[in-house]
Every structure is written in C-alpha cells, then in structure tokens.
Design a protein around this ligand. Structure first.
Ligand code: FMN
Length: 107
C-alpha cells in the first residue's frame, strides 16, 4: 500500500544534506501513510539513507524492503538499516539498541 495522508509541509531544504535518516512504524505490514507522504515529496537523489523501522510483530523486515525500493526510486542509496519488534523487547531495550546502532555509524 502506498496510501498517503496530509502532512504539514516539512520545509526541508534537501540540498543541504547528504545523509538522511527515515523511520517508520509498521502499519498493516507497510510504512505508515505519513511516511509515504514524506517519501513522495523527498528529493533523495545522490543521498545516503539510513532506514529504521519498528513493529509489533515480525513485519519490520518487509517494511524495510518496501522503504528501500522507494528510496531507490527517489535516487537515494540505503547504506544502513535498523529494525526492532516491540513484542520481544523489554521496556527501554529498543532505545538502547537504536543508540548502539547509531553510535557505530560514524555520522
Ligand atoms: C494501525 C496499526 C497497525 C499496525 N500494524 C502492524 C503490523 O501489520 N505488523 C506489526 O508487526 N506491527 C503492527 N503494528 C504495531 C506497530 O508497528 C508498533 O506499535 C510500532 O512500530 C511501535 O511504535 P509505537 O511505540 O510508536 O507504537 C500496528 C500498529 C498500529 C497502530
């Protein structure tokens, strides 16, 4: 599903960035509609893109694949991903894992 929803204009000057992080929860096995809207308007040509996805169950990998293909359509290159399922995590665990991941990226 590529359903979009109205989002407030981000006012982002994409040209000012060479690396961007895009995250989404998993909704019905897909990115959330607000993230679809963001991707529709994003100019990712030549950019390095990190993706991060949360899920309640096991669907985050599928969402990462969907987001990866949309980033490629927009000319970006996915250089790293993070995903975590809350059904198997203790409170605070995912935040700690995300921080550890971010610390390895050197950005
Ligand atoms: C409308 C809705 C649909 C969802 N659909 C899925 C799903 O298909 N698969 C899944 O693993 N988790 C699903 N979830 C769980 C969310 O992915 C999970 O709550 C979210 O990633 C964790 O972020 P949060 O702490 O902001 O809720 C759904 C949650 C909502 C609210």
């Amino acid at each position: 599903m590529r359903r979009c929803t109205a989002i407030r204009p981000l006012g982002v000057n994409w040209a000012a960035y060479d690396t961007v992080f895009i995250g989404s929860p998993t909704w019905a096995g897909s990115p959330a509609p607000a993230v679809n809207s963001l991707l529709q308007d994003a100019d990712l040509a030549g950019k390095r893109v990190y993706l991060f996805v949360t899920s309640g169950g096991e669907d985050a990998g599928k969402v990462l694949k969907l987001l990866s293909s949309r980033v490629a359509e927009k000319g970006g290159e996915v250089v790293g991903t993070f995903h975590a399922a809350s059904n198997k995590a203790q409170p605070g665990e995912i935040g700690g894992r995300a921080a550890t991941w971010a610390a390895t990226l050197g950005v």
